[in-house]
Design a protein around this ligand. Structure first.
Ligand code: HEC
Length: 133
């Protein structure tokens, strides 16, 4: 019985990696520090499955003002993240400014630039050849 319970717990632990608090970035990765900082400071309002963050709205219906963009889909580069951290998002309206500064901000920016937008769909593009004649 005890063995069965342990096995169950282990299974639950594996599941948690894509649920509430699991960070799926390797501890030896240069992005690990940024991942932990992101989970600690940003996951309340943003979603990113790499760190188990689910702070974004799941539907229009239950959306609240503090729900920030879902980084599973939204791709950011490091400059954009640093800008958002300094200014409180892009609008400066909801997200607090300077939640993290210095190296911490930089590590989060590097991490997010590498891991955001990974579930974004590849929209097929149509190549249009513009005539310059
Ligand atoms: C209190 C909730 C809250 C917290 C905490 C928060 N954000 Fe935000 N964030 C928002 C909201 C709401 C927006 C969308 C409105 C805006 O851009 O001003 C946003 C926007 C952003 C954007 C712009 C995204 C885009 O493409 O429009 C980035 C980047 C960002 N946040 C990164 C972060 C990072 C990094 C942290 C942690 C240091 C963080 N946020 C913490 C609420 C939050």
């Amino acid at each position: 019985m005890l063995i069965a319970a342990t096995t169950l717990l282990a299974a639950a632990g594996t599941l948690a990696a894509c649920g509430s608090q699991g960070i799926s970035v390797s501890k030896s990765s240069p992005y690990y520090r940024g991942a932990v900082l992101f989970r600690d400071h940003c996951s309340g309002c943003h979603t990113l499955s790499t760190v188990g963050a689910e702070g974004s709205a799941t539907s229009i219906k239950d959306r609240v003002r503090t729900n920030g963009p879902n980084f599973n889909f939204r791709k950011e580069n490091a400059e954009q993240v640093l800008y958002a951290i300094r200014n409180g998002g892009f609008s400066g309206a909801v997200m607090p400014e300077n939640l993290v500064v210095g190296d911490d901000a930089q590590d989060i920016a590097n991490f997010l630039a590498a891991y955001s937008g990974r579930q974004a769909q590849n929209v097929p593009s149509v190549n249009i050849t513009l005539s310059t004649k």
